[in-house]
Ligand binder design. Sequence first.
Ligand code: GLN
Length: 278
Amino acid sequence: MCRHLAYVGPPTSLATLLLDAPHGLLHQSYAPSDMRGGGTVNADGFGAGWYPPAAAASGAAPHDDPGAGPAARTGNAPARYRSDRPLWTDTGFAALAAVTSATGVLAAVRSATPGMPVTSTAAAPFTEDGWLFSHNGVVRGWPAAVAGPAAALPVTDLLTLDAPTDSALVWALVRHRLRAGDDPAAVLVDVVRSVDGAAPGSRLNLLLTDGTAIWATTWTHALSVRRGAGAVTVASEPSEVSTGWVAVPDRSLVVATPQRCDVRPLDAAASTAGAPAA
Ligand code: GLN
């Protein structure tokens, strides 16, 4: 199953974070160590979204509308690069990553679920209005099993999915709630419950950032958190051994900033899960 990573902290080079770390996403693309539930390599594309330091420091006037996404609230709009090729073959991305730094990153390498297309638009991160999102896992019984939750979405959303994949639909469900201004933690809790309720046995590790905080779920996949030096990283697998990584228990909700990390049982988390930790 795919591997994903989110980072918030001081400006860091994309190459340092994703490519150079001993067991960073590049290494995890061809030699992952904790592929639960099938798959051997993550060769079916990849993506990276990042918040440039200049945008983070632009001082754009804050926006009080809770329904406005991060881009409107903070002026912090991410850039994104996606590909349908293996990360290790993309010399163009390596060159870009070497000269790009960011204060927030969400990146993923993909192992397509059998039957789902290999196309750049199926690769995470999915994005809108300042949000970056990834799904690591599978929706069981796709697509029929989730026809019910999907039916609650506007038809236009269904006609404009990034790709005809389970992950793109999960993003559409999350995005619909974010557009309404709902709390991101509550959104992830509700979407996991809704999708797993309709499609029991689904694997639903979700990862979301606005460039200032990271929200994540574990639902039958691995996840670890590392904090320190004013930064927080949330990743499917630690990028290095013995460097302060803490494994997140299964069925958890994570709300993390560089200053604080809350991990609570997802089964017990209220759908009004609260704002990100200060
Ligand atoms: N099911 C998703 C897809 O095919 C995610 C796959 C994964 O996590 N390996 O894109």
